[in-house]
Write a protein that binds this ligand. Structure first.
Ligand SMILES: Nc1nc2c(ncn2[C@@H]2O[C@H](COP(=O)(O)OP(=O)(O)O)[C@@H](O)[C@H]2O)c(=O)[nH]1
Ligand SMILES: [Mg+2]
Length: 288
């Protein structure tokens, strides 16, 4: 079927820029992208690109853009953008190969919860987004109790056996949980911690999602941002496994032919990629 997803590329840089700001992402520079349909995107001007995609979904005002900006280390995504009723993805695109069109994409999906006629019509849309993403960060708010829209969007995603492994639930606005803590930098007080625990149980029950997939944080207070990045990496280690396995097979084949290809070269990337790449790679080998 013809791919109808459109991406607005709002920023383009090399992966080292992202890694310099979010160290947890160092292994991403080492990802080897399979040139298959799931990873394929068409660039303006007819060029094709292959990319690993992380997408942020959540109701307007929950902090998607703020979170993405913290990860990127720049104000790339407009915050408080209430009128973003387009259904277009906005992407910050980071190049992870010197010659090939291989990228890592951080994507913002605006517009959720602004239209009343939504959901059945968009079920197909969300499904195709899921298929084209390797990690879905679904945002909730720690200080809100209305899950009706999230039940319509997130729950079906979690019930999809093929796609469920891609999803993590990021619960933002932890600082706004009662009773509000006055400490600077923000640290939750004892009662907040208890309320976070209660909230976690509630989310586990409502969405039938395991605790290991739920991450509490605050984007503005920069509390637990590292947990979010590590959560993303944890998911990519599973969902991009195919690509890494293919890379490993290639490596073995080439070793048989006694080519002088260096390990680091096969796994792409600059100097930073080597160690982190090997780590990710070892980790996956151990899992087998
Ligand atoms: N108190 C608090 N405010 C936040 C937090 N995260 C985002 N915000 C604020 O929420 C508003 C909407 O954020 P934005 O990133 O535009 O949400 P988006 O619509 O999901 O992209 C902005 O004014 C942010 O400063 C948070 O963790 N705590
Ligand atoms: Mg936004």
């Amino acid at each position: 079927m013809e791919e109808k997803l459109l991406v607005d590329i709002i920023y383009n840089a090399h992966i080292t820029e992202l890694v310099n700001n979010t160290h947890e992402f160092s292994g991403i520079a080492a990802l080897n992208i399979a040139e298959n349909y799931a990873n394929l995107w068409h660039l303006k001007g007819g060029e094709v690109a292959y990319w690993i995609q992380v997408i942020f979904i959540g109701k307007t005002g929950y902090g998607k853009s703020t979170t993405l900006n913290k990860i990127c280390g720049k104000e790339l995504f407009k915050t408080d953008d209430i009128k973003s009723c387009t259904k277009t993805l906005s992407s910050a695109l980071y190049k992870i190969h010197d010659t090939k069109n291989y990228y890592f994409s951080l994507c913002d999906l605006p517009g959720i919860g602004e239209s009343t006629q939504t959901n059945n019509t968009y079920a197909y849309y969300y499904d195709s987004i899921l298929k084209k993403s390797h990690c879905v960060v679904y945002l909730l708010r720690a200080d809100k109790r209305d899950y009706s829209l999230d039940l319509q969007i997130l729950k079906p995603m979690l019930e999809n056996n093929e796609q469920e492994k891609k999803i993590m639930v990021a619960v933002n606005w932890v600082d706004a949980i009662k009773p509000v803590s006055l400490s600077k930098p923000f640290q939750p007080n004892q009662q907040q911690l208890e309320n976070i625990e209660e909230k976690s149980l509630e989310i586990q029950k409502i969405f039938k999602v395991p605790q290991t997939k739920i991450f509490f944080y605050s984007a503005t207070e920069e509390y637990n941002m590292d947990k979010i990045s590590k959560g993303i990496i944890g998911i990519l280690e599973k969902t991009v496994k195919h690509e890494l396995t293919v890379a490993e097979q290639k490596l073995q084949k080439q070793a048989q032919f006694k080519t002088a290809l260096k390990f680091g070269g096969l796994f792409l990337g600059g100097a930073a990629a080597g160690i982190a790449g090997a780590r990710l790679y070892d980790h996956l080998k151990k899992k087998k």
